[in-house]
Design a protein around this ligand. Structure first.
Ligand SMILES: NC(=O)C1=CN([C@@H]2O[C@H](COP(=O)(O)OP(=O)(O)OC[C@H]3O[C@@H](n4cnc5c(N)ncnc54)[C@H](OP(=O)(O)O)[C@@H]3O)[C@@H](O)[C@H]2O)C=CC1
Ligand SMILES: O=C1O[C@H](COP(=O)(O)O)[C@@H](O)[C@H](O)[C@H]1O
Length: 538
């Protein structure tokens, strides 16, 4: 077992557990771009990866320990000595995932080799030490059944836990997914199985929950009345690059829509879960998925990238892609969630691989939610003439935008009537003078801000990060939580309220004004369901 010599452990170690991590599919894209770099990060942070660990790459490709390490080196970002130390833990075993038809029924010998390699590593630890084994399937799902069988037959730990991580997509369709589930669940206990969707681990995705449910001004606006459509965009500025063996069997819809983008969509669309427990979260997501009407062909666009103008290979020029493949590398689907909150709002999911120079600048994952503006305001806003701090009802907005609003407000009739009778409980009880100033765009100091903010504002030192070009003064009228507001005013908080970083950034850059992202809180005010957002001078 010459492999072991350079991956062995310090014999004097007295740790009570050791862990063997097998990365199956170690020759592939996921392994080099994500799995090994993630393990390296854990190793770098010392305490996150057990000290007594071995990482065994397993795949069919003919590689040695050294060639695996050379392949991985470029993907591990860190100090050279740390990278080298980590790579010493990494060894490689070549083997098949399934037996050939002629070998059918025989013990899976390559998995026995893997098991022996693990056992040799474990043998260097005292007998009472926990000997744990983790199998990470960085492989196309088509080989999960034989691989899981090989693991079950040959590789389970006799002295510790064994866990199996499987990747998405989990099957190709409902039938194959159910079939796969049945096969794998027949081999392992549920608690030994980890079905992974790495998008759920992304900070920006995890922030969605906080952004939606912890921001009092966002929660009431998050619905069909205020959001015209939702776009979840995934762009990658590179092509398949040798991943045809996996990708061509699945295509872009199964690769990212069915899992990553639907997870994001579910988080955007779902109701607040009863608790943050995984089961409650899952139940809420499931309710959203059940409300999605079947996707129609009219609501689907598919495409495949071709050779770029500057000679970048098209999808069909990738050697690992079968000639003439019709596999989509681009898709746009429009889904509808048929429930009270989202009825009629298109959810546009658009993933693409685009290996061109233009795409290079555009690599991103984005979730856009353009807000509704009533037409007059929108028109004025697009002309840069609208100073309205909130979304007024069209008649009011129109008058204000035209500069012809000498009455404080043109209230829609019912409201006006109620107001004239002194019975109005509308939250926009503005004194005429205030309203007039608002119309003149001079209102910044009129608002009752929590004292610290108000003070800073009056000193002209308030740099709210969401300063929007045309409506900046009015925006400062928002009632910020004092601590947050203070941080914002000091310019020390670029994510003042738990917004998604990308949203916050866009706001800070003032790049999302035209869609009026912040305006709709005013809608809520006008509609009278969120009056406590505003404090007006009495
Ligand atoms: N790439 C990524 O960033 C991510 C990928 N994933 C998931 O990981 C899995 C693997 O993806 P990825 O690494 O990109 O794909 P690859 O095409 O790079 O496949 C990984 C390895 O699997 C083996 N393999 C490829 N195709 C087949 C096949 N048809 N039959 C048997 N073995 C095959 C190859 O190893 P060898 O020939 O040496 O045995 C290959 O190196 C997929 O399920 C994907 O959805 C998940 C998250 C991110
Ligand atoms: O699951 C996948 O995700 C990656 C993109 O992941 P990201 O974290 O870099 O956004 C994608 O390249 C790959 O095709 C897909 O299988």
């Amino acid at each position: 077992m010459s492999n072991m010599s350079d991956a062995g452990k310090d014999a004097s170690s007295s740790a009570s557990t050791c862990v063997s991590i097998a990365v199956l599919g170690a020759s592939g894209d996921l392994a080099k771009k994500k799995t090994y770099p993630a393990l390296f990060k854990l190793f770098e942070k010392q305490s996150f990866l057990p000290k007594d660990v071995i990482i065994i790459g397993y795949a069919r490709s003919a590689m040695t320990n050294e060639s695996l390490r050379d392949q991985l080196r470029g993907y591990l970002k860190g100090k050279k000595e740390e990278v080298d130390a980590f790579l010493q833990l990494c060894i490689y075993v070549a083997g098949q995932y399934k037996l050939s038809p002629a070998e059918e029924g025989a013990p899976p010998k390559d998995f026995q080799v893997l098991a022996n390699t693990i056992a040799e590593f474990e043998a260097t630890f005292p007998g009472d030490c926990g000997k744990n084994r983790l199998f990470y399937l960085a492989l196309p799902p088509v080989v999960y059944p034989p691989v899981c069988e090989g693991i079950k037959k040959c590789c389970m730990s006799p002295y510790g836990w064994s866990r199996v991580v499987v990747e998405k997509p989990f099957g190709k369709d409902l039938a194959s997914s159910e079939d796969l589930n049945e096969q794998i669940c027949g081999l392992f206990d549920e608690k030994q199985l980890y079905r992974i969707d790495h998008y759920l681990g992304k900070e920006i995705v995890q922030n969605l929950m906080v952004m939606r449910f912890a921001n009092t001004f966002i929660s009431p606006l998050w619905n069909r009345d205020n959001i015209s459509n939702i776009q979840i965009i995934f762009k990658e500025p590179f092509g398949t690059e040798g991943r045809g063996g996996y990708f061509d069997q699945y295509g872009i819809i199964r690769d990212v829509i069915q899992n990553h983008l639907l997870q994001v969509m579910a988080l955007v669309a779902m109701e607040r879960p009863a608790t943050l427990s995984p089961n409650d979260m899952r139940d809420e997501k499931l309710k959203v998925l059940k409300c999605i009407s079947p996707l129609s062909t009219e609501n689907t666009v598919l495409g495949q990238y071709t050779m770029g103008k500057n000679g970048q290979p098209g999808y069909l020029e990738d050697d690992t892609v079968p000639p003439g493949s019709k596999c989509p590398t681009f898709a746009m689907v429009v889904l509808y969630v048929q429930n009270e909150r989202w009825d009629g709002v298109p959810f546009i999911l658009k993933p693409w691989h685009l290996p061109s120079a233009v795409a290079l600048a555009a690599s991103c994952g984005t979730c856009r939610l353009p807000w509704h503006l009533p037409s007059a305001v929108a028109l004025a806003a697009s002309r840069g003439t609208c100073r309205l701090p909130w979304l007024l009802l069209p008649a009011v907005a129109h008058a204000v935008c035209r500069g012809s609003c000498c009455q404080p407000w043109h209230l829609p009739s019912a409201a006006a009537l109620a107001a004239s009778r002194g019975t109005s409980r509308l939250p926009w009880h503005l004194l005429p003078a205030v309203a007039l100033d608002v119309c003149r765009g001079t209102c910044c100091q009129l608002w009752l801000l929590p004292s610290a903010v108000a003070l800073l504002c009056s000193r002209g030192t308030c740099h709210l990060p969401w300063l929007l070009p045309a409506i900046s003064t009015a925006v400062s009228a928002w009632l910020l939580m004092p601590a947050v507001a203070l941080a914002v005013c000091r310019g020390s908080c670029c994510q003042p309220w738990l917004l998604l970083p990308a949203v916050a950034l866009a706001i800070c850059r003032g790049s999302c004004v035209c869609r009026g992202s912040l305006l709709p809180a005013g809608t809520a005010v006008c509609r009278g369901f969120c009056c406590q957002l505003w404090h007006f001078k009495s």
